[in-house]
Design a protein around this ligand. Structure first.
Ligand code: ADP
Ligand code: MG
Length: 395
């Protein structure tokens, strides 16, 4: 990786500012899923073990630039305290004289968590003055918040520049490093055959990713709602299926670009209503009757996908292959998760819903890499530079 990481800097006796992604779901003031907190532990522990004092910062929810009682970081600090087995002091703001005083007095092994950075409008506006105030709280900066690295905000981008402008280092944490190396490598220099699988609702969300992957992969398998728009471009009637009329021309262009590398479903599970207990049938993609809709890939498509995945050394998957939220239409997605889990290949899954589906399959730990960042992972797969990464110190 071209960016420095926590391993490249001396942190002993330093006050280290760490941007983490603690944007976790809360219910009644309690953290209900601490996956993201757990994901940041290796970096935090490393810093503490190496003699740093740690100043953590994150956004939480969408407070729209005002402080909001329900989006304070207190429940997060409580959970982190428990996970780390040491006291984590939560401060009542992320800038200002009191915060400065506490940060100045920190000693090796201390951990503080600043208040929700999005209580200030200046965070999302990437206000340079606000970023400089955050930067002034510590000696060096670590970004371990991959999930927000595609946003140029004060705590992700501005702060890194501010720290570097005064001669300090701004480096990647372990989670960030892992995400960049797996997703970056898959796009830049994949071990081949490289097979990509794309699904989800819409082509329009993911045109850039499809184009990029089509250029680089050996095969691109398409499923989910987006396959319908490809079929429409081939002249098929898709009944009541989700079709993006606006994207039909794009789909036609992608068909032309992809040619033999594109693998489309050969059959589909259709239903007469968007309901789990609707009547279901399996038909060829050009046999969808009026009033019916495609909600999953069919059994022959699975066989086609299985052989297209044969011998693959790298697989990147984004987007569920059916409406997996309903058990009746989750079969295709779960079967593909199982196929990937059984491969002798580097398997990478990204995207909020795709990761939820993999979690649902119980096969999460059989994937090489499950990305923690939805939008950020797509932008990286699209070949874009993430502002939060670009701002870090180069090697
Ligand atoms: P990700 O979050 O992994 O990037 P998307 O948000 O693009 O994935 O797509 C996920 C959504 O796509 C799910 O809500 C799923 O129900 C929907 N979907 C998948 N297949 C179909 C289909 N055939 N018709 C309608 N929606 C679909
Ligand atoms: Mg999604």
């Amino acid at each position: 990786m071209s960016k420095q990481t926590v391993r490249d800097v001396n942190v002993a006796g330093k006050r280290v500012l760490v941007r983490v992604d603690f944007n976790v779901p809360l219910e009644h003031g309690v953290v209900v899923d601490d996956t993201r907190i757990q994901a940041a532990l290796p970096t935090i522990r490393y810093l503490l073990d190496n003699g740093a004092a740690v100043i953590l910062m994150s956004h939480l929810g969408r407070p729209k630039g005002k402080s909001s009682f329900d989006l304070r970081m207190d429940p997060v600090a409580a959970r982190l305290s428990k996970l780390l087995g040491r006291q984590v002091q939560k401060l009542d703001d992320c800038i200002g004289p009191q915060v400065q005083a506490v940060c100045r007095s920190l000693e090796r092994g201390d951990v503080v968590l600043l208040e929700n950075t999005r209580f200030h409008d200046e965070e999302k506006a990437n206000d340079p003055d606000f970023a400089a105030q955050l930067a002034a709280l510590g000696d060096l900066y670590v970004n371990d918040a991959f999930g927000t690295a595609h946003r140029a905000h004060a705590s992700t981008e501005g702060i890194a520049r501010a720290v570097r402008e005064r001669g300090g280092a701004a480096v990647a944490g372990f989670l960030m490093e892992q995400e960049l190396s797996f997703l970056g490598q898959a796009v830049d220099d994949p071990e081949r055959p490289f097979v990509a699988i794309m699904g989800g609702a819409k082509i329009s969300d993911k045109i850039g990713v499809i184009e990029q992957l089509l250029e680089r992969c050996d095969r691109l398998l398409i499923g989910g709602g987006m396959a319908n728009t490809f079929f429409k471009a081939m002249g098929f009637e898709m009944g009541d299926s989700l079709v993006e009329e606006d994207a039909v021309a794009t789909a036609a262009a992608l068909l032309e670009q992809g040619k033999s590398r594109l693998v489309l479903p050969v059959d589909a599970v259709i239903a007469d209503a968007f309901e789990n207990d609707a009547h279901m049938r399996v038909v060829a993609p050009d046999q969808v009757p009026a009033g019916w809709r495609v909600l999953d890939i069919g059994p022959n498509t699975l066989k086609t996908f299985e052989s297209a995945l044969g011998g693959a050394r790298t697989v990147v998957w984004n987007g569920p292959l059916g409406v997996f939220e309903m058990p009746a239409f989750a079969k295709g997605t779960l079967a593909v998760a199982k196929l990937l889990a059984g491969l002798d290949a580097t398997t990478i899954v990204g995207g909020g819903d795709s990761v939820a589906a993999v979690r649902q399959s119980g096969l999460m730990d059989q994937f090489t890499h499950v990305s923690t960042g939805g939008g950020a992972s797509l932008e990286l797969l699209e070949g874009k530079t993430l502002p939060g990464v670009a701002a870090l110190s180069d090697w």
